[in-house]
Design a protein. Structure first.
Length: 274
């Protein structure tokens, strides 16, 4: 009986051959982590000056950008280059419109004519200075009810840009009977970042014209504003684009279609109107 009691109390020692590999694995992982942490700590301590320099450089760049942004002059009339579409035949009757808003030595730009005015024709200082547009006879124009002068006027943006004048942020196009309220124009353009691509204007008051332009094209007679970055891209494709849209009758339609190819949509401003 006593022997039986001893046997019942005997508990066999568990089989450890499966436990040993697990303990080894845990030990190896812990050793690796400890070693990694030690190496990383030594590296960080020894290269602390590099991280301080990086932080300093990053802060310096950020501060420099902020300072440039703060120091950049707010858009004013001197940052706008006007391009007025005219002709020698119509100018005598329409020049009075430009005289209403043009301020000599303040406003910048040109009226673009189809030919040189006659020598005996006066050109008062109250007029915008004129330039003669390049020959466009080689461009396609197939709109039977339009006038091919649309090609020449559509290229005013390109010819204005290629003058390479300094400190231009906006190109503003209009007709020779368009009247600009320059103070209001500056106020509107100041709302927008001139470093981004903008195509600003208003749609026509004519339903028929808006249908042709899908209500997404600026009406040229009310003025069109194009930021410098957009103009820089537009002039690269403009001539080919004008030929592609040879069937469109108006210059503003051609400009609008070319801007669409770049992927920029119209920013509507009600102040640009007929």
């Amino acid at each position: 009986m006593k022997e039986m009691s001893l046997r019942k109390r005997y508990v066999p020692f568990p089989n450890n051959h499966k436990l040993v590999p697990k303990l080894c694995t845990i030990f190896i992982i812990k050793s690796f982590l400890i070693t990694f942490c030690l190496v990383a700590s030594i590296y960080l301590i020894s290269n602390a000056h590099l991280f301080k320099k990086y932080a300093y450089d990053t802060a310096a760049v950020t501060n420099k950008q902020e300072n440039i942004s703060k120091e950049e002059e707010e858009t004013n009339i001197s940052h706008i280059l006007f391009g007025i579409g005219g002709s020698t035949k119509s100018w005598n009757n329409r020049s009075s419109y430009s005289e209403l808003w043009w301020r000599p030595n303040v406003t910048r730009g040109f009226v673009w004519l189809d030919e040189i005015p006659q020598e005996n024709e006066p050109w008062p200082e109250t007029f915008p200075p004129y330039r003669v547009s390049e020959d466009t006879s080689t461009f396609k124009y197939t709109c039977w009810f339009g006038d091919r002068s649309a090609v020449r006027i559509a290229r005013i943006l390109k010819e204005s840009f290629e003058l390479g004048l300094n400190n231009v942020r906006w190109f503003v196009m209009g007709d020779d009977d368009t009247v600009f309220f320059t103070e209001n124009l500056v106020t509107v353009l100041t709302k927008y970042d001139h470093n981004q691509m903008y195509y600003i204007g208003g749609i026509s008051e004519s339903v028929e014209i808006n249908v042709l332009g899908s209500y997404s094209q600026a009406f040229g007679g009310g003025g069109i504003a194009i930021s410098y970055p957009l103009a820089a891209e537009l002039v690269k494709i403009l001539d080919g684009c004008i030929n592609r849209y040879h069937y469109l009758y108006a210059s503003d339609q051609k400009i609008g279609s070319c801007v669409t190819e770049i992927g920029v949509s119209l920013t509507k401003e009600p102040g640009f109107h007929q």
